[in-house]
Design a protein around this ligand. Sequence first.
Ligand code: ADP
Ligand code: MG
Length: 212
Amino acid sequence: MLTVDSVSVSLGGERVLDAVSLSVAAGEVVAVFGPSGSGKSTLLRAVAGLVDVDSGRVLVDGVDVTAVPTHRRSVGMVFQDEQLFPHRDVAGNVSFGLEMAGVERGERDSRVSEVLSAVGLDGFGGRDVSTLSGGEAKRVALARSLAPRPTVLLADEPLTGLDADLHDRLAVEVRSVLRASGTTTLWVTHDRAEAELVADRSVSLLDLGARA
Ligand code: ADP
Ligand code: MG
């Protein structure tokens, strides 16, 4: 479903990713872990088309998208900083990608309820995002990224910064949400234990060809 084929990326004249190869099968959740600065975000940015690759290819669903712009790659992203839209309520945030995709109102509303329910936020649609707890905000960010059913979900440390208890609980919940929705996911984190909680398979970025 997702293939990263010998991708190299340099930033500021330094090689950050050196011929990194990785595949994620349809419906599989793969986590890549590595220390801060090892190139995790750069890997996701390369898959999303947010950074130019020096060489190598990215394939989504068998199609070479290396030269395809981000908005046409069918990838969804979720970040450590949730980046919720402050002027939209919870439902408005989750609905955003569906609006961009031109999904009509009725279908949007039912998809928003379905995804909010999947992340354990039934009845939160009308809430102002400034009133959410840290864990709730992360669930909303996850729901927003899942709503348009991306072919591949790219998750950049979306659980970092939570209290340990809540972190581990959410990691286990997220695993079941991703499994239940069959979402092909590439998840990156500095936290190896989190990688193992969330993913079907975890790999070290340093073993894949990142700079030390
Ligand atoms: P991680 O997400 O694993 O913490 P990053 O992918 O953000 O790592 O960064 C990998 C390396 O690339 C770091 O050394 C970082 O300083 C460097 N880097 C990131 N963005 C840029 C940039 N725009 N210009 C130069 N160097 C960058
Ligand atoms: Mg990062």
